[in-house]
Write a protein of this length. Sequence first.
Lengths: 395, 395
Amino acid sequence: MKIKLNDNYRNLSESYLFSEIARRVREYKEAEPEKGERIVRLGIGDVTLPLAPAVVSAMEAAVREMGDASTFRGYPPEYGYDFLREAIASHYASFGVKIPPEDIFVSDGAKSDVGNIVDILGDNTVYIPDPVYPVYLDSNVMSGRRIEFIPGNEKNGFLPMPDGINCEGAVFYLCSPNNPTGAVYDREKLRVWVDFALRTGSLIIFDSAYEAFVTGDLPHSIYEIEGAEKCAVEICSFSKTAGFTGTRCAWCVVPSAAMSGGMSLNKMWRRRQATKFNGVSYPVQRAAEAALSPEGLGQCMENIAYYMENARIISDFLDRKGISYTGGRYSPYVWLKCPDGMSSWEFFDYLLTKAQVVGTPGEGFGSCGEGYFRLTSFGSREGTEEAVRRLEELL
Amino acid sequence: MKIKLNDNYRNLSESYLFSEIARRVREYKEAEPEKGERIVRLGIGDVTLPLAPAVVSAMEAAVREMGDASTFRGYPPEYGYDFLREAIASHYASFGVKIPPEDIFVSDGAKSDVGNIVDILGDNTVYIPDPVYPVYLDSNVMSGRRIEFIPGNEKNGFLPMPDGINCEGAVFYLCSPNNPTGAVYDREKLRVWVDFALRTGSLIIFDSAYEAFVTGDLPHSIYEIEGAEKCAVEICSFSKTAGFTGTRCAWCVVPSAAMSGGMSLNKMWRRRQATKFNGVSYPVQRAAEAALSPEGLGQCMENIAYYMENARIISDFLDRKGISYTGGRYSPYVWLKCPDGMSSWEFFDYLLTKAQVVGTPGEGFGSCGEGYFRLTSFGSREGTEEAVRRLEELL
């Protein structure tokens, strides 16, 4: 063909992180079949516990409704059923945030929202933390935006702040609790960010996919900070809260107060979704509603507590060893400094070959991740305890 | 804020079609409450029959799997599970088309694919039939493309052809069976289009969402035409085939042979989906697989036969009256010329007030739709027969 394609795709770099991990594990198992049998995986970024019983019942009931002429439902509303938008609004209300249901847009996943939100934006400079979830970067490379990185490091506890950034009308991505570092912005730090955005006319795209892991006084939502409704879009998901990685449901808050150049982001996103999206499967929306019901949320929180106990086991061990880390308390991720100045991949090989424990090299999440390593709490209790026993001996 | 937004959104025109229909119906019901009770709707573009029993069973079983630790599934593959890609490939094979499963991308809806496919394209001139499904136009306005219309009319039977179009490397949308006209390209006409695309280096985006309504020798897929794998992307859906408008599953074929400027559309779409999409809900994919099983497809085809009988009742009536129309035989849509030179909206009001029958004014699908009217077969048998009885008396 002689059509023009999106040339920005030429600027994407291939991510070899997970394929490289798979390759090294495979080769090790081939070389050391007996030890290969003992491998424990603490690199999993996906949930492993099944859906909560209340969620399963609600979804089954909805599937049966779809099989009955008197209760069958066709096209869902593009923005989500009212029952789910209202359930999400009540969820926000439970930590003191008032979001009108019409500012909530239900979708099939946080990745879709993070990726698609760039559709309504113009040619702004985009600031992306490093290390971070790679979709922020790739979706902006695809749309040809100018990208600056905001480094996370030991000094700022992997919580980059806007100090020294000189901009007007830029776009900032923040993720809290962060993937991969597990670091969480407290109220004060988030207030600095919101004030900075308001002062510079910038937009914050706030990814709160891990908010269910937050406890105590730490903010679940950027809208806990005054003024955020004028400068922030928030993307959240049922994936980690309710184990929906395979069930697929998320939401995005685009406040009516978010305006620029006389245009309303809420109206633009409404139009984008009505044009390019046809809503989420009805049984999935009923499942998501059940996950936020008192019974469902209670069951989901038991799963979160299970993962958090795994995270505690890992971080208690690091405390005992005096290895510095972020995360682990309000996040399923533990982000540790590789001991003895090892690089991310050196440490990966060291753990694989000496302890048969697989984690994720931090360098795969951005250049500031070099020298760091991610362990996750999504494995089983037995696997986590066994891995820690081996690391205890090794390190 | 002072960020730049996507200014192309300013060029979108609001569609008042369905809200205007709703307003006129509401006002009529208020003015004539008794007659308002008699209203029959033949304007529905959504399916109304429930999911097939085989589909419901498969989806229920998959939901139960998600509730059990030993069968739970996390993130699905972004491109769809192999079991579903293979089922779709077999579906193509059933009408003689060979598509490798890796060229098939499972998604949550044809609207998503139609809307998102522009992400991988560059700044080409886009040709869109008129009248047609409005997403082709709006998604290209959003991305600031230069748009030309290809008029459908009585002369070409609402099957626009490339005669007289002078272009190199352009993008063409085709929809067959067409929404709203119900017109279907036969093999010869489609061959002309494919040859034209190959000759001019153009891309055809072929929307085959209504292929299940096609019988006999008419093509179900553009890939029935030789060479199409080099110049066409095809978007299809379970929405109409299996009544999935509320269940949400579709697919897109991006052949490995489709290349331009050394770039592979398949690889670009793969990257786009991996970055901005996280796959379709596992129970939904199992439901879709069941819809293509011999048992499920048989049940779905009974539903299609029900709608087609409704379409036959409408088109037989138009034949008796000598009113010219397209569609109705291989499509759920019947597209008729408004009698006595009435405009689309005049005819709408005439049917509403004289017969209490609601359809869709053709003008809402593009300026070439003025003077035409869409009736659909997605209502009940009783409603369709009653509507035709009233139209028989009126016209």
